[in-house]
Design a protein around this ligand. Structure first.
Ligand code: B12
Ligand code: SF4
Ligand code: SF4
Length: 309
């Protein structure tokens, strides 16, 4: 197939699965790098945010993909995931917000490999600033809450990036934009329980965000009120209060159930080797193995909030 038809095929096959796609020149990796370096020079990132996340972006070109020409940006709609724990003869359900599960990455990768034929055509990338890339590629716009929004998905989606050797359509690099709807709205700013969204600057105060603390081990800072915790991982508040997400709020996928015994072991924070293979498999199916060391702690604050622990 000539390259132009291949691009059309990529767009239409992904669209059939309800994914939205954009393709931009690989040269724009430099623009992303420039922006992050500029923010760093301006001292906009705290050392913690910089060392933990920003310094890990990789703006180099992939060695294993000869003739890399473009970046494919895909947004896959994703629901909230409900996880249920039996505890003291009762069931308690908690939410994992959209974007944590990687099943759509595999779906997109399979589709691209099927169309493009051989493995040296695309390569997944998790080391670029995905929101900025999605916005500049014209796929999304920023919300005041710093998340990016796509028509028909709100912020309930997962962004997936691939290097590719496909050519790219011209003139697709856009200016950074905030959604029109945010001009007259501050629901997320007022709703954020920890003041991470501020009117002084657009960029999130990452070290005020609950997700910054509940994705990694350690004690929660005292200024996070126990009542502010709302999800098994991350936080849903600034997405939950957003009027643009209203159509998607009831889209909840019931994913996993943990028995009384499994819940007790998770709450005791036992080492992974003491968990049954079936428990590990459930956690794996939630794509949460990398968070296994924080699940017990996060579950305990949610049960305490309900007065059940
Ligand atoms: C680091 C990180 C975090 C950190 C820091 C957050 C941050 N804002 O940087 C912490 C741990 C706090 C975090 C929290 C969350 N995260 Co996070 N996170 C990331 C990560 C790894 C990098 C983000 C990044 O590039 N930060 C650097 C800053 C500089 O980039 P930026 O936020 O785009 O900032 C731009 C704007 O501020 C803009 N800007 C500046 N001034 C102005 C002015 C105007 C008017 C406008 C319009 C724009 C604008 O310019 C900046 C860039 O130059 C990405 C994954 C990835 N590889 O990209 C996921 C990612 C952004 N996270 C995501 C999610 C969902 C979350 C959480 C909801 C947690 C959760 N999973 O439940 C919360 C939400 C917090 C929030 N309200 O933003 C999703 C976002 C999906 C979406 N729909 O947007 C991503 C893409 C992961 C994924 N695979 O899908 N996250
Ligand atoms: S994810 Fe939660 S803590 Fe972080 S900015 Fe949104 S509402 Fe605030
Ligand atoms: S809550 Fe309002 S201000 Fe915040 S992202 Fe949604 S529309 Fe924009």
């Amino acid at each position: 197939m000539p390259p132009k038809d291949l691009i059309g095929e990529v767009f239409s096959q992904l669209k059939l699965q309800k994914f939205e796609t954009s393709i931009v020149s690989i040269e724009h990796v430099q623009d992303l790098q420039y922006v992050m370096e500029k923010h760093h020079e301006q001292g906009i990132f705290s050392d913690e945010l910089y060392n933990e996340w920003i310094a890990k972006f990789d703006f180099g070109l992939p060695e294993n993909l000869p003739n890399v020409r473009s970046l494919i940006v895909v947004a896959a709609p994703q629901p909230q995931f409900q996880v249920t724990f039996r505890w003291n003869a009762e069931s308690h359900s908690f939410i994992i917000p959209p974007n944590y599960l990687c099943y759509s990455d595999r779906q997109v990768e399979n589709t691209l490999s099927r169309i493009l034929g051989h493995e040296k055509s695309v390569m997944a990338n998790n080391s670029l600033p995905k929101k900025l890339l999605a916005v500049r590629s014209g796929l999304a716009k920023y919300g005041r809450n710093n998340l990016v929004y796509i028509p028909g998905m709100g912020s309930f989606h997962r962004l997936i990036i691939f290097y590719s050797n496909l050519p790219y359509p011209k003139h697709t690099w856009q200016e950074v934009q905030m959604m029109e709807e945010c001009r007259e709205c501050e629901a997320c700013l007022r709703g954020c329980p920890t003041g991470a969204i501020s009117s002084d600057r657009f960029l999130l105060c990452a070290e005020r965000c609950i997700s910054f603390y509940n994705e990694r081990a350690g004690d929660f800072p005292e200024w996070i009120k126990p009542s502010s915790h709302n999800a098994l991982l991350g936080c849903l508040t600034c997405q939950g209060v957003c009027p643009l997400n209203k159509p998607f709020l009831q889209w909840i996928d019931n994913r996993a159930q943990f028995s009384e015994e499994e819940t007790a072991l998770l709450l005791q924070d036992v080492p992974q080797e003491r968990l049954a293979a079936a428990t590990i498999r459930k956690i794996e199916e939630l794509d949460c193995l990398e968070y296994i060391n924080v699940l017990g702690r996060n579950l305990s604050v949610l049960l305490k909030k309900k007065g059940k622990l």
